[in-house]
Design a protein around this ligand. Structure first.
Ligand code: MN
Length: 203
């Protein structure tokens, strides 16, 4: 069964001015669509992948050709990314807020570490807040369309937040200023979603 491009959970302009409408249109309708189409091409070429979930494909990614890694990662990462954001932003609450304070000292300190990891990711990639194998919050970054769910990721875990630091995610508004994009992005983080992911990861 073919993978389908999930619709954006809000309007293209809903995250403006943090993320402009043209970027959202290109990013969802062109980039995410292309990852979806190429993943389907790769799956169609290998009968062993036909009935596998995206999670199963990612956990066994070391056994797959690069086309499956790049496009399977791109497919999963972008659906996660759209749901990581929402208009209006907010602040973490509940167990997630407590865990952030406990691990990093404060929300602001966590944001600084996350942004540093995003700036420090050379070239294209992603920066993540995850629950790692010991149940602790951790910050990590991955190259290209890799993610912490991949069975061969250097730091594995369950993503709670993820930001896309490919230039296509920010160039129209921020040009080469990735640090400015990373700072501004917190205004559109969906903390309710993050809290729900945290509860699920800890359960
Ligand atoms: Mn992207």
């Amino acid at each position: 069964m073919a993978f389908e491009l999930p619709p954006l959970p809000y309007d293209y302009a809903a995250l403006a001015p943090t993320i402009d409408e043209a970027t959202m249109k290109l990013h969802h309708d062109k980039h995410h669509q292309a990852y979806t189409d190429k993943l389907n091409e790769a799956v169609a070429a290998d009968p062993a992948l036909e009935d596998k979930s995206i999670s199963a494909i990612l956990s066994d990614i070391a056994a797959q050709p690069k086309k499956v890694r790049d496009n399977g990662g791109g497919y999963w990462n972008h659906q996660f990314f759209w749901e990581t954001m929402a208009p209006g932003g907010g602040a973490p609450s509940g167990d997630l807020a407590t865990a952030i304070d406990g691990k990093f000292g404060s929300l602001e300190a966590m944001k600084i570490k996350f942004n540093e990891a995003g700036v420090g990711q050379f070239g294209s990639g992603w920066v993540w807040l995850i629950v790692d194998g010991s149940g602790e919050l951790a910050i990590t970054s991955t190259p290209n369309q890799d993610n912490p769910l991949m069975g061969d990721a250097a730091t594995q875990g369950t993503p709670i937040l993820g930001n896309d630091v490919w230039e296509h995610a920010y160039y129209l508004t921020y040009n080469n200023r990735r640090p400015d994009y990373l700072k501004a992005w917190w205004d559109v983080v969906n903390w309710d979603k993050a809290a729900a992911r945290y509860e699920a990861a800890k359960a």
